[in-house]
Design a protein around this ligand. Structure first.
Ligand code: BGC
Length: 744
């Protein structure tokens, strides 16, 4: 017995010694110490393995050291279903159905950073539950043209709005021990020629328009990873562009995260080694380029890199930097022992998807207050259009999902109104009856072989007999209609919808058009239709969120995150830029498509203001079922030399009879400047909620950054003392109060 006790005590005393773990495994130690320790233990081969994929979506880690695989997943609007090891096709799991969240264009339309946080936290929980370490999103490329096939995955045209929305999204995702991978850095603003587009952009435009969102994600959101774009910039591929990655992201912004290539975006070892890329994914796999399957050793950052180091072509310095970054990423995610467990399709996630959807829907027009639907007065509603019944979570490219459920608009309306109101449906047009992407199917067969005449006749008949008509159409994530890999070919709605809408407006004046899309469309019938909603792609809760806004259960409060153009002539990129480009040559002598951004900083409303154009709807526009009155701006007359900020305020009153939310937008104008500046620029906004009759004093702080422009020669932001004007309003085209001041 005595001996036993002795053995027990001895074992206790030696416990601490045996339990002592290497520094890199000890998460009580500073992360940099852990990184250096792990690095020092790795062989050259292990380092090379760490920085490139081993399957479609994973990298191998360092098995010998117990450093686990790093699993990534798309992103950005739900967690992608599991695919086979080296194929895009489905792995056939039965437990990988997700909550489909609204498109990021809808999130941006909430103009509510709290929604960004809720979104990020919720999708991060789903990624965590699926044991993913990197969520390939959010996408934040600037809406330069309404034709960009991926606008629905992005957050609109304004760098300040994007910055405000991306930071909480990133924080929310990462609170789960899952890295956000902010994409596609940078200037990936079109899908046509996406592998060869070579935007030619001056520094001022780059810094003022295309970088601020990414900078905010890196420096304020502390995003742990970034994804480079497929496109080029100044003749070098974005994913390993020395200016973007080394000088700006890792240099000026002092960012310590890891740069992941877009899938198949690497084309050369030498430039990838030095251009700031840390991890290579997607090249030479079956399905993207013409490679063989399971050929990961052939990656540009695999054997060719290893051999280059062994024969002295490359030093190990760049490799060590890449490895450090990947180790940091791994410690923050896969090896984070304190992360929560996550959850999938929880009640909270359903509620989040619905709430974000409701707040993102934009009421563009509501003449004579024909909305919300009042069941007492509206006994029969005709719902018309393919998008009322089409499931949209499948399709569109890498953001395609396998949703656990998806409530269509028609289902949502029926479940909300079905007991009180007779709802009849007519197809109206046939767009894309398919519903399959990479082996995921919606299970719907929407084939309808009737002629256009038959479909139109039925729709008009149904419309005539109803008290109200709700047309639900738009785009649908098929090629050229909001999809990765293709841009739209025109601003117009496809499938004869314009003609149908015009005919419906004649058949029944109580017409509501719900446009489902992630980008703006031409609306030649805008004056003939009393009510229009921008309905986005709202994911699992689509029908519930739409029904809730249409019936007034939720008072709409979304605002457009981009200008709704009447024609492409109103878009700087099309009026002045060379879209989709002219043939040129990159630094390695390959053919590319040069795309001069001749409109410079005049993107979106900046171009509209400069040319005094009348878009269909202005940037920031969105109505409510109540009304808001703005008072006068209160602000100091002088922004004194020693001060670093001024306070600005404005009273806003709810003058209607419903509780509602309003996004108060503050724009700044430099009245006199030595360089050409936009007429006004969004610099602050606040979303407030007001009860009927309630007034709130909305307060903002303006600092000198908000008054500055980027001086390319000095390579810094400059505030020129002089006269400025503050413009506050309900949209970029609806300024309610102005006040000037002098900045010293
Ligand atoms: C897309 C990325 C995506 C990746 C992985 C690429 O084609 O551009 O956004 O994350 O595929 O699916």
């Amino acid at each position: 017995m005595k001996n036993l006790l002795k053995v027990f005590l001895i074992s206790l005393s030696i416990l601490p010694a045996t339990a002592q773990q290497p520094v890199y495994l000890d998460d009580s130690k500073p992360i940099e110490d852990r990184v250096e320790d792990a690095l020092s233990r790795m062989t050259l081969r292990e380092k090379i393995n760490l920085i490139h994929a081993q399957s479609k979506f994973s990298s191998p880690g360092v098995p010998r050291l117990g450093i686990p695989e790093l699993w990534t997943t798309d992103g950005p609007m739900g967690v992608r279903p599991e695919v086979l090891w080296d194929e895009w096709d489905q792995a056939g799991w039965t437990n990988d159905s997700c909550t489909a969240f609204p498109s990021l264009s809808a999130l941006a339309a909430t103009w509510n950073p709290e929604m960004g946080l809720l979104y990020g936290k919720s999708i991060g929980e789903e990624a965590r539950f699926r044991n993913k370490s990197v969520l390939l999103g959010p996408g934040i490329n600037i809406y330069r043209t309404p034709l960009n096939g991926r606008n629905f995955e992005y957050m609109g045209e304004d760098p300040y709005l994007v910055s405000q929305m991306v930071v909480p999204y990133v924080e929310g995702v990462q609170s789960n021990g899952v890295a956000a991978c902010v994409k596609h850095f940078a200037l990936n603003n079109n899908e046509v020629n996406r592998h060869t587009s070579n935007p030619i952009v001056d520094d001022r435009t780059l810094y003022e328009i295309y970088l601020p969102g990414f900078k905010a994600a890196a420096t304020e959101g502390n995003a742990w990873s970034f994804m480079g774009g497929y496109n080029l910039f100044r003749g070098e591929h974005a994913s390993y562009n020395p200016i973007l990655m080394n000088d700006i992201l890792k240099g000026e912004w002092d960012w310590d995260g890891a740069v992941i290539s877009d899938w198949g975006a690497v084309h050369d070892t030498a430039t990838a080694v030095t251009g700031g890329l840390d991890m290579e994914f997607g090249s030479w796999t079956n399905g993207l380029t013409e490679g063989a399957s399971n050929a990961y050793d052939n990656y540009f950052l695999a054997n060719p890199y290893l051999e280059g180091i062994q024969n002295g072509t490359y030093s190990e310095d760049e490799l060590n930097d890449k490895v450090r970054r990947v180790l940091r990423l791994t410690f923050r995610t896969a090896m984070n022992r304190n992360k929560p467990w996550g959850s999938m399709v929880s009640d909270e996630h359903r509620a989040a998807a619905k709430q974000i959807g409701e707040e993102g829907i934009v009421l563009l027009k509501n003449d004579n207050d024909i909305l919300p639907i009042e069941p007492e007065k509206t006994k029969k509603v005709a719902v018309i259009g393919e998008n009322a019944i089409k499931k949209m979570t499948v399709g569109g490219g890498s953001s395609s999902l396998k949703a656990k459920y998806e409530i269509t608009p028609l289902e949502g309306l029926k479940s909300r109104l079905g007991d009180e109101v007779e709802i009849v449906y007519a197809r109206g047009y046939v767009g894309d009856p398919s519903g399959e992407y990479n082996g995921v199917s919606t299970g719907q067969d929407l084939t309808d072989l009737r002629s256009v005449e038959e479909l139109t006749a039925e729709a008009l008949q149904v419309a005539k007999e109803a008290d109200m008509v709700i047309f639900i159409g738009g785009l649908n994530k098929s090629d050229h209609q909001d999809a990765e890999g293709t841009d739209r070919e025109t601003l117009s709605l496809p499938y004869g919808q314009d003609e149908l809408i015009s005919a419906l407006a004649k058949a029944n004046p109580n017409l509501v058009v719900v446009n489902i899309s992630g980008t703006g469309v031409a609306m030649p019938w805008v004056n003939d239709v009393p009510a229009i909603l921008q309905g986005w792609y709202l994911g699992s809760e689509t029908g519930n969120a739409l029904a809730s806004v249409l019936t007034g259960d939720a008072n709409p409060s979304g605002k457009l995150p981009y200008t709704y153009y009447a024609s492409l002539d109103q878009v700087g990129a099309h009026k002045l830029g060379e879209y989709p480009g002219t043939p040129g040559i990159d630094v390695l002598g390959n053919e590319v498509m040069d795309m001069p951004y001749n409109e410079g900083i005049f993107v979106g409303y900046r171009f509209i203001d400069k040319n005094k154009l009348n878009p269909t709807f202005h940037f920031g526009h969105g109505l409510s079922y109540t009304t808001f009155k703005y008072g006068d701006i209160a602000s100091p007359k002088i922004f004194a030399k020693g001060d670093d900020k001024i306070e600005v305020s404005i009273p806003v009153t709810n003058t209607g009879d419903r509780k509602g939310k309003e996004t108060v937008q503050l724009y700044v104008r430099d009245i006199k400047s030595s360089v050409e500046r936009p007429f006004k620029e969004l610099k602050r906004f606040k979303k407030i909620e007001l009860n009927p009759g309630e007034t709130k004093e909305v307060k903002f702080e303006l600092d000198r950054n908000a008054l500055s422009y980027f001086d390319a020669e000095k390579h810094s932001w400059v505030m020129e003392p002089g006269d400025f004007e503050i413009l506050i309003g309900a949209s970029s085209g609806d300024i309610r109060s102005k006040k000037s001041f002098k900045a010293e």
